[in-house]
Design a binder for this molecule. Structure first.
Ligand SMILES: [Zn+2]
Length: 225
């Protein structure tokens, strides 16, 4: 039996790798992300998937665009409450216009940009459809590192065990414009399925799961500490 400080549970090991927490003079917390892609960016940019006249997946009366907007606004508020600098891409713009907006305002190294979606598929049981989340990453190893970190963090915060991290080449489209065409580091989250729970409390839960994972990847700190 090992009772030393390095014998803590898996969650503690996950964070002891990430370094210490040092408050600076402004009362904010210095970021200690171990993820090289996220060490320079100072801002998290969130965009709701779809938007404008593109409503995304539907499960009447619910549509993905409106739920993604709700989740994005709530996740942003949760992150801002933890002193993370968050910008939200305009909700009236579809993905193509959001990409233009991102590239007009941010460059590589400025920001970490994430587009938030709801997934859609038939045949899943309710719990799986409600809680299975995923993240698409880009072609670099550094982007994959972020994706794998976020997947582990999603799982720690209650996402379904089938939650995944995949390259955008494994997406239905073979590549994702949000990831390939934006200048900053970019990932895309899928937060539960439209065929799962759609009530307001569940959307809040998904927002907190997403915010937790984004926070932990971006700051190197545990959401629960
Ligand atoms: Zn979508």
């Amino acid at each position: 039996m090992n009772t030393g400080r390095w014998a803590s549970n898996a969650q503690n090991n996950f964070f002891t790798r990430l370094g210490s927490i040092l408050p600076n003079l402004k009362g904010e917390v210095m970021r200690t992300s171990s993820l090289s892609l996220l060490q320079d960016p100072m801002v998290v940019v969130l965009a709701a998937g779809h938007g404008g006249s593109d409503s995304g997946a539907t499960n009447p009366p619910h549509n993905e665009r409106d739920q993604a907007i709700t989740i994005t606004n709530r996740a942003a508020a949760l992150l801002q409450r933890r002193n993370v600098d968050v910008e939200i891409a305009p909700h009236d713009e579809d993905t193509d216009k959001s990409i233009v907006w991102v590239n007009r305002n941010f460059s590589f190294g400025d920001a970490w940009v994430l587009e938030l979606h709801r997934d859609s598929a038939d045949g899943l049981d309710l719990d799986d459809a409600s809680r299975r989340c995923g993240i698409y990453y880009g072609t670099s190893e550094r982007s994959k590192d972020v994706g794998e970190f976020v997947r582990r963090s999603l799982l720690l915060h209650g996402a379904h065990s089938q939650s995944w991290a995949r390259p955008d080449t494994a997406s239905r489209f073979g590549r994702l414009g949000w990831i390939r065409q934006t200048r900053p580091a970019a990932h895309l989250l899928e937060l539960g399925f439209m065929q799962g729970k759609n009530d307001d409390a569940h959307l809040s839960w998904l927002a907190e799961v997403a915010a937790s994972a984004i926070f932990e990847a971006f700051t190197g700190r545990s959401w629960n500490l």
